[in-house]
Ligand binder design. Structure first.
Ligand SMILES: Cc1cc2nc3c(=O)[nH]c(=O)nc-3n(C[C@H](O)[C@H](O)[C@H](O)COP(=O)(O)O)c2cc1C
Length: 178
């Protein structure tokens, strides 16, 4: 591990949030390369690395994906989307792998001050995504990550939801659960 200040690293890890309002500025290729490289080094069960990535910058494709059944409308304002294409063979393990992969790619982006959100496609939406992007039917497509530089004005205009996390006292058990 690089010799970074633990307090800074912990603050960085705690700071990752879902950001869905972006400025239109493009994301430099070096940043995209870093996101993909960190994704490549993500961890998977039996080191299967059951993922491939579809990198999307086309405004038309991002808008089309944003309209597909699911909760990925934030792609409409994103500069970049990455669709996670999972192998579709070991569902339980791949689902876990996909979560870790998503988080790492989001953190890699955040290291460059690029924010992101997860979006999930739902029911028949996944088939539409496969048709649109030429993904074979046997693969699992559920997650798209949208990336962009945060639009601070749009975020402060948004009605605030209570984003508080549960306190540790409610989560942590000492030695025994009960
Ligand atoms: C497994 C998973 C699925 C999610 N799916 C979506 C989604 O489909 N659309 C969306 O806008 N956000 C999605 N999110 C983002 C969460 O809604 C968000 O992280 C959560 O509300 C907490 O907000 P915060 O990350 O800003 O603290 C998802 C997050 C996770 C971990």
């Amino acid at each position: 591990m690089p010799n970074l200040d633990p307090a800074d690293l912990v603050a960085f890890l705690r700071s990752l949030r879902a950001i869905r309002e972006f400025r239109p500025d493009p994301i430099p290729q070096q940043v995209v390369d870093d996101i993909l490289e960190v994704g490549r080094w993500s961890v998977s069960a039996v080191n299967r690395q059951p993922w491939e990535f579809v990198v999307i910058r086309s405004r038309g494709t991002l808008d089309a994906l944003a309209g597909i059944d699911g909760s990925a409308g934030h792609l409409a304002g994103a500069s970049l989307g990455i669709v996670l294409v999972m192998a579709g063979k070991n569902v339980t393990q791949e689902t876990y792998d996909e979560g870790r992969l998503s988080e790492r790619m989001m953190l890699a982006a955040a290291a460059h001050s690029v924010d992101s959100s997860i979006g999930w496609f739902r029911s028949s939406g996944t088939d539409r995504v496969k048709d649109l992007l030429g993904i074979p039917a046997e693969r699992t497509v559920r997650t798209v990550l949208s990336f962009g530089y945060p639009d601070q004005a749009a975020q402060s205009a948004r009605p605030k939801r209570d984003q508080a996390r549960k306190p540790l006292a409610q989560l942590v058990h000492d030695e025994r659960f009960a």
